[in-house]
Write a protein that binds this ligand. Structure first.
Ligand SMILES: [Zn+2]
Length: 79
């Protein structure tokens, strides 16, 4: 028996003012907006039990992709 490898984790977070990250799906900036209170999905991607990279998505883009890394960890998800 071997231990289960570390796996990709996804969380749903508010977009911070001054954020300069790019969505891994649509390649557009994920920008803070005081009006929309938009959220982003942050994925810590593991392959073969090893951390590879962080990916950022617009919440709607992540859903449109079919949630490739599973549901983001948030009690507000799917409301
Ligand atoms: Zn996007």
């Amino acid at each position: 028996m071997t231990e289960a490898p570390a796996s990709t984790r996804v969380v749903l977070r508010p977009i911070e003012p001054g954020s300069q990250v790019i969505c891994a799906s649509c390649a557009r900036p994920i920008k803070f907006s005081a009006k929309s209170k938009a959220r982003q999905v942050i994925a810590n991607v593991y392959e073969n039990g090893t951390w590879q990279r962080v990916e950022h998505y617009h919440e709607e883009c992540y859903i449109a992709l079919g949630e490739p890394y599973g549901e983001a960890a948030s009690p507000e998800w799917r409301r």
